[in-house]
Design a protein around this ligand. Structure first.
Ligand code: OFO
Length: 160
């Protein structure tokens, strides 16, 4: 069994992952409503991945005979000021998630909990990949600014 502190921080992380899913789903809905179907489907897919991350953490707690406490998921908040602003918000959000994953790793290290440390490694690598993916989208959006033809081309590319 893992310590109470690790149990608690992982329960918090489950909530953050589900919140991420909720946030990306609401962004996806907003983008779909303005006709950016590719961006919307990419985000909907990200939302599903976030739920998978939450479930992965939940299963870990159960596999370690620990307690799962599902907390209230807050209402997703974001300002819609165009596509770049959405992706900048996602990038900032992912950086916060990376910090909280790092906090789990730090706590596991302090407690010499090698099982949690090795488990959380997958999340650290996933965060590197996700931050990079979002940064790459931002770089390209910045490149063509307000050009609608390029935006629609990218929308087509991102469709999943
Ligand atoms: Fe956005 O990644 Fe989950 O952890």
């Amino acid at each position: 069994m893992i310590s109470e502190k690790i149990n608690e921080i992982i329960n918090e992380q489950i909530n953050k992952e589900f919140y991420s899913g909720y946030l990306y789903l609401s962004m996806s809905a907003r983008l779909k409503s303005i006709g950016l179907f590719g961006f919307a489907s990419w985000l909907k897919n990200q939302a599903k991945e976030e739920v998978e991350h939450g479930l992965k953490l939940l299963d870990y707690l159960l596999d370690r005979n620990s307690f799962v406490t599902l907390k209230q998921i807050k209402m997703p908040e974001f300002e819609f000021n165009g596509v770049i602003s959405v992706f900048n918000e996602i990038y900032e959000h992912e950086k916060c998630i990376t910090s909280s994953v790092m906090e789990i790793a730090k706590l596991a290290e302090d407690e010499c909990d090698r099982t949690t440390l090795s488990f959380i490694d997958w999340f650290i690598n996933e965060q590197i990949e996700e931050e990079q993916q979002v940064k790459n989208i931002i770089k390209r959006l910045e490149l063509f600014g307000e050009d609608k033809a390029s935006l629609l081309l990218m929308d087509k590319e991102l469709a999943v």
